[in-house]
Design a protein around this ligand. Structure first.
Ligand code: 13P
Ligand code: SF4
Length: 333
C-alpha cells in the first residue's frame, strides 16, 4: 500500500507526500542512509542551511559538475535543481541520480525550449554554440561547449577572436561576457527570475547608508546592477571574495542561500541580501527551495524520484560538458 502511495505521489507531485515521525533525528538518519547506500549528497549554495550542513560537497555549478564527474559513490543525491541532477546523470549513466523534488526546475532553463533554439541555431550555421549549464539536456545536445558562470569568460576566450558565437540561454551573463571580452556574441533572450528582481534604487540607497560596504553581484544580474558592483562572480567567486576582502560589510546580489556559507566562513562580517524591487522574498529561488531535509531523507530512503534519460540524447549532451571539463581542467579551474 505504501509503495502505491509513493508512486502516485511521485507521478502527481514529483515528490513524496509521506508523514515523517517528528521525533526522528533526520541528520542522524541521513548519515546512516549515506553509509548504507554508498551515497553522496551534492548541494548547491542556494539550498536551505540544513541541507548545506549535511551535504558531502557544497559548491557552484562547475564544482558540482566536477564532483559528479569524479565520484565513486553508487548513488548521487542532488540537492539542487533539475538541470544540475541531469548533468550528473549525463556524466554517470550507470549510477542512480536522485533529486528530492522533481519539480525543482529553473526559470532560466525554461526560457530556452530546445525546439525554438534549434530554429535560431539553424539560422546561424557558422556559429559555435556556447551554452550556460542552466539548461535542459535537449539544449545541451544542441551545444558545442557548456560553460558556467565561473568559467564562461575562459571558455569564450578559448575560441579564436573572429569565431562567431551564439551564447544561450542567459542574456545577462552573455552581455557581461561580451563586455569583458570585447566579443559580440549573439545572445538568446533568456534570464533568471531571481537575478532580475534586484532593485537598483534600493541597492543604491543601501550603498549610501553603508559607505564601507562592498557590493558583490552574480553575473546573472542585469547590466545596471552589475555596473555598480565592486566584484562580479559565480557563487564560489562571491564566497571567496567575501572571505579574502578586508571589508566588514557586504551587500550580496544573488540568491540568499549563499549567505549561510558566507556567514560561516566569516562570522565577524555582516552580509546584507540585496533587496528585490517589491516586498516579497523573490531573491529566494522558488525551485531551489523546493528541496527540504524531509524530502532529502525520504528520497534517499526510497531511492526516488530518480533522474532518467534517453541514451541517444545523453551521449550527444555529454560531449559539450566533457569539453567544458577538459578546458577547465587545463586552465586549473
Ligand atoms: P553558480 O553557482 O554556478 O554561480 O550558478 C548560480 C545559479 O543560478 C545556479 O542556478
Ligand atoms: Fe534557475 Fe535562477 Fe533558480 Fe538558479 S536561481 S536555479 S538560475 S531560477
Amino acid at each position: 500500500m505504501e509503495d502505491i502511495n509513493i508512486q502516485n505521489s511521485i507521478v502527481e507531485k514529483g515528490f513524496f507526500d509521506i508523514a515523517i515521525d517528528p521525533s526522528l533525528d533526520l541528520f542522524f538518519e541521513i548519515e546512516k542512509l549515506k553509509k548504507q547506500k554508498n551515497a553522496i549528497i551534492l548541494a548547491h549554495y542556494y539550498q536551505e542551511p540544513d541541507i548545506q550542513d549535511i551535504a558531502d560537497y557544497i559548491g557552484d555549478s562547475l564544482g558540482l559538475a566536477q564532483q559528479a564527474a569524479k565520484t565513486n559513490a553508487d548513488m548521487i543525491v542532488f540537492a539542487g535543481v533539475h538541470f544540475m541532477a541531469e548533468t550528473a546523470k549525463i556524466l554517470n549513466p550507470k549510477k542512480k541520480v536522485i533529486l528530492p523534488d522533481l519539480k525543482a526546475g529553473c526559470s532560466l532553463s525554461d526560457s530556452a525550449p530546445p525546439d525554438l533554439f534549434k530554429v535560431f541555431k539553424n539560422k546561424h550555421p557558422n556559429h559555435t554554440v556556447i551554452t550556460y549549464i542552466n539548461c535542459s539536456s535537449g539544449m545541451k545536445a544542441l551545444s558545442d561547449i557548456i560553460c558556467t558562470s565561473s568559467n564562461a569568460r575562459q571558455i569564450v576566450e578559448s575560441l579564436p577572436e573572429d569565431q562567431p558565437i551564439i551564447f544561450a540561454p542567459d542574456k545577462n551573463l552573455g552581455a557581461y561576457i561580451n563586455k569583458v571580452t570585447g566579443r559580440n556574441m549573439l545572445l538568446w533572450n533568456g534570464a533568471c527570475m531571481v537575478h532580475e528582481i534586484f532593485s537598483l534604487e534600493k541597492i543604491t540607497k543601501l550603498k549610501i547608508r553603508y559607505p564601507d560596504a562592498k557590493f558583490i553581484a552574480h553575473p546573472e544580474c542585469e547590466e545596471p546592477v552589475l555596473a555598480i558592483a565592486d566584484y562580479i562572480g559565480s557563487t564560489t567567486g562571491l564566497l571567496k571574495y567575501s572571505e579574502q576582502s578586508t571589508s566588514k560589510i557586504f551587500i550580496v546580489a544573488t540568491e540568499t542561500g549563499i549567505l549561510h556559507q558566507m556567514q560561516k566562513a566569516s562570522p565577524d562580517k555582516t552580509f546584507i541580501p540585496a533587496p528585490p524591487n517589491n516586498s516579497c522574498a523573490c531573491n529566494n529561488c522558488p525551485y531551489m527551495k523546493l528541496n527540504t531535509l524531509e524530502k532529502l531523507y525520504i528520497s534517499m530512503k526510497y531511492e526516488l524520484p530518480e533522474i532518467t534519460m534517453n541514451e541517444e540524447i545523453r551521449l550527444v549532451a555529454k560531449k559539450p560538458i566533457d569539453k567544458m571539463l577538459e578546458i577547465s581542467h587545463a586552465l586549473g579551474l
